[in-house]
Design a protein around this ligand. Structure first.
Ligand code: SF4
Length: 490
């Protein structure tokens, strides 16, 4: 097999970035292995792919392990005119595989590309246009192209019904449109691939669109600590600065237009100090009414819903941490809930939450929209709790607000107002010593512990890690407020 074989995924790499394309051919060792979150996305994609096969009960699965054997079997099976799963074709220096190839009359076939997304994206059109070109050049006549993607309105009721879970959309015309210049694009890609040196593509918007590039770490390795890409909501401005040769925030000239928060960020770096708007912080603190309930949920979501009454990608809360401070002088009480077993965790979670949150006092969350949305979804799914939940919602206070307003800003936040950056900046506490350090990892750990194949001992360890992680989120909020009170009383 030629090492210069352009597969569908490499073609998509080429559309994203010439440097990514070159490296994927010539230095694949530089591309890191997918992390656990990315791997989980792939795994969920495989589950979705398998489910889509049920749309074609007569279909034949072609094993994909042996590349050449897959191509040989495809040639054979094309003659039988049955739906084919994972059929592959090689024409010249191009190689492509179709999720589903379905016969439609005596001579033609439809391509059905299966995606876990909930809409048709431009990149899907390019993906299918590459497939179509390969099949047609090999002599297989394509009638139409479809995208089978997830219907996020689907509500599970018993066994998953693939005919309701998937939306099958005819994308033939749009595929035709994006395919207009495909041969030229492919020629250009081969010219890049055979270059002796890697092209010097600058970092830019393409690094996160349409996919977060796996080489982001590699391409940014030599950037200074306070580089322009850490500018608060820097976006296009950061790319513009970078293209002007300015990599350090401290070097941004005063005439360059920055918004108020970005100016605070630059000034804090230049002067190596913390910005404080005491009045604004005091206004925020003045809203707090004791007893204070510091609340944080952990949730998971799956493409294919697990429980009746839920839809694809619905966030299912499985854990909360609640720190309670009755009066300014009293100590701190901590209540944790972490679901056990494979059943829907929500009824037990709701029961525990409603027993432990009193009828008055502020409920403090970091980015309260998330906690509020979880509660609103729960009130719809469990209407018997609706009154209780509706009485909680107006009591929420968002600790993110003063940080998003830059009422407090420390250079170590690096342009972020997230709790993970704010907690160390304000209190010196951090997540470094914890095995689980972010929400995505917590979701995966819970799914692993609950539905995976782990020993009791491993599950116990994960439970402890989850409790420690979620507990730090709410204790962290308590300590941040204490610190803000201390700062503003000075
Ligand atoms: S990180 Fe950006 S510049 Fe580097 S290879 Fe990826 S897309 Fe290209």
């Amino acid at each position: 097999m030629s090492s210069k074989l352009l597969s569908k995924s490499k073609y998509l790499n080429g559309l994203q970035c010439p440097k990514l394309l070159w490296i994927s051919f010539n230095r694949p060792d530089l591309i890191p292995q997918p992390d656990a979150v990315t791997q989980n996305r792939f795994d969920q994609g495989n589950l979705v792919g398998n489910l889509a096969k049920q749309l074609f009960p007569q279909g034949v699965d072609i094993p994909t392990d042996d590349f050449m054997e897959n191509i040989r079997m495809t040639k054979e099976l094309l003659k039988q005119r049955k739906p084919l799963f994972e059929a592959a074709v090689m024409v010249g220096q191009r190689y492509s595989r179709a999720d589903i190839l379905s016969p439609v009359n005596e001579e033609e076939w439809d391509i059905i590309e299966v995606k876990s997304s909930t809409e048709v994206k431009d990149i899907n059109l390019h993906d299918v246009s590459f497939q179509k070109l390969c099949w047609e050049d090999s002599g297989v006549r394509i009638r139409k192209c479809f995208l089978a993607y997830i219907n996020n309105k689907y509500i599970k009721d018993g066994d998953i019904n693939p005919h309701e879970l998937f939306i099958l959309e005819d994308i033939s015309a749009r595929v035709e449109e994006v395919g207009n210049d495909i041969l030229n694009r492919i020629d250009e890609m081969f010219e890049i691939v055979i270059m002796a040196d890697c092209p010097e593509t600058p970092i830019g918007p393409q690094c996160d669109e349409p996919y977060e590039c796996a080489l982001n770490g590699f391409c940014r390795a030599n950037l200074p600590e306070h580089n322009v890409f850490t500018l608060y909501y820097g976006g296009k401005k950061a790319c513009e600065l970078y293209n002007l040769g300015i990599t350090e925030i401290a070097e941004i000239p005063p005439i360059f237009q920055l918004n108020e928060k970005q100016q605070i960020q630059r000034s804090c770096i230049v002067n190596n100090n913390t910005h404080l708007d005491r009045e604004r912080i005091q206004l925020f603190l003045g809203q707090l009414q004791y007893p204070l309930y510091f609340l944080d949920f952990e949730t998971f979501n799956t493409v294919i819903p697990l429980f009746d009454g839920t839809h694809p990608y619905q966030n299912i809360p499985f854990q909360f941490s609640l720190h309670i401070k009755e009066t300014p002088e009293s100590g701190l009480r901590h209540i944790s809930f972490l679901a056990k077993g494979k059943n829907d965790p929500r009824p037990d979670l709701l029961d525990s939450l409603s027993r432990n949150i009193g009828d008055s006092g502020s409920i403090v969350a970091y980015n309260k929209q998330f906690e509020e949305k979880v509660l609103k979804d729960l009130s719809i799914a469990f209407p018997e709790y609706a009154d209780r939940i509706n009485s909680m919602l107006p009591r929420f206070i968002d600790l993110l607000v003063p940080f998003r307003a830059f009422a407090y800003y420390n250079p170590s936040q690096k342009g972020s107002a997230s709790l993970k950056k704010v907690l160390p900046a304000v209190t010196g506490m951090d997540y470094m010593g914890l095995e689980i350090g972010k929400g995505d990892d917590a979701s995966l750990a819970y799914l692993d512990m609950t539905y995976g194949d782990l020993s009791d001992e491993e599950c116990l360890t994960i439970r402890e890690q989850l409790l420690a992680y979620c507990g730090l989120d709410t204790e962290g909020m308590v300590r941040i407020i204490e610190k803000l009170e201390e700062i503003t009383n000075k």
